[in-house]
Design a protein around this ligand. Structure first.
Ligand SMILES: [Zn+2]
Length: 96
């Protein structure tokens, strides 16, 4: 199966070389908000991973641990690769 059947957003760097499905997984890690910028300093709160405060739209973008907006956290994208099973060929269907 060719990866050309997949939408362009789901194709990661490995899809050109391997036959499978690549799914991007986005996670938000370390908080980078500078809490000391009014004083001309650099001091972050040490929060290591974004966790949503709640399910409503405003709380979903606020970190439960440090209270900062999700955009202050580093955005990391990893790719999960799923190998697709080979498609049956016409010859193997005729023999079965
Ligand atoms: Zn924070």
């Amino acid at each position: 199966m060719s990866s050309s059947f997949l939408p362009e957003q789901q194709n990661g760097p490995a899809s050109a070389q391997l036959n499978g499905l690549v799914t991007p997984v986005v996670c938000y890690t370390k908080c980078m908000r500078n809490h000391a910028s009014p004083f001309g300093r650099h001091n972050v709160d040490g929060c290591g991973e974004f966790m949503a405060s709640g399910s409503d739209p405003m709380a979903a973008l606020t970190c439960a641990a440090c209270g900062c907006h999700r955009n202050y956290h580093l955005r990391e994208i990893t790719y999960e690769f799923y190998v697709l099973p080979p498609l049956p060929t016409v010859i193997s269907l005729l023999n079965s």
